[in-house]
Write a protein of this length. Structure first.
Length: 200
């Protein structure tokens, strides 16, 4: 045991051995742990990859073919007589034909509508609209017709389906060439369904 005099420096302790450094041991242990982790990871990766790849070493199974002979018919099968079907006459229902609208009526309506558009008579043109589309006619006039307008309509319908007749529109609006279509409903009293106009 060393004795330290008061106020003086302590004498070196020569009796104890110097402390050993364990840094090298820690480094070796860390390297071993790293090698074990990397090895385990590589082994797991190879197992996963090999389970994904198809095994080409085994040949595909051969198709199954039946070797049994077809069954033989031992007894002749007689067809059963078909049941007789009674036919009952059906009386046709009387159909009252819808009165045909002469094409001239729908063409006259189309010509009258275009005349009112040229005269800037939106109220009169709206009066020729169908009941279900009459409210939309003023909006269509405001959207498509440009003043001054000099429009013409085809004398006969260019296409039609059922109760609809389509007429071709042409002419000029605000000095530019215009074109479009006018749709007229011809079921019952002819009326204007809709129209579209575009300037070229």
């Amino acid at each position: 045991m060393s004795y330290q005099p008061p106020g003086g420096m302590a004498a070196p302790d020569y009796g104890r051995p110097p402390r050993k450094s364990r840094a090298g041991l820690f480094i070796v242990l860390m390297l071993l742990l790293l090698i074990v982790v990397l090895g385990t990871g590589a082994w797991v990766a190879t197992k996963v990859v090999s389970s994904i790849k198809p095994d080409n070493s085994t040949p595909p199974p051969a198709p199954i073919t039946s070797v049994a002979p077809p069954p033989k018919l031992t007894a002749s099968v007689k067809p059963k007589p078909s049941a007789t079907v009674k036919t009952v006459p059906v009386k046709p229902l009387p159909i009252t034909p819808r009165p045909a609208i002469p094409p001239s009526d729908s063409a006259q309506l189309a010509a009258r509508f275009v005349t009112l558009l040229n005269a800037n008579d939106a109220k009169g043109a709206t009066a020729l609209g169908c009941v279900d589309t009459k409210q939309a006619i003023p909006t269509l006039i405001e959207q498509f017709v440009r003043r001054p307008a000099s429009l013409t309509v085809s004398k006969a319908q260019v296409s039609g389906a059922g109760a609809i007749a389509v007429f071709s529109l042409g002419g000029t609006m605000k000095g530019a060439t215009a074109g479009g279509v006018l749709v007229v409903e011809v079921a019952g009293q002819p009326c204007v369904k809709s129209f579209v106009l575009r300037t070229v």
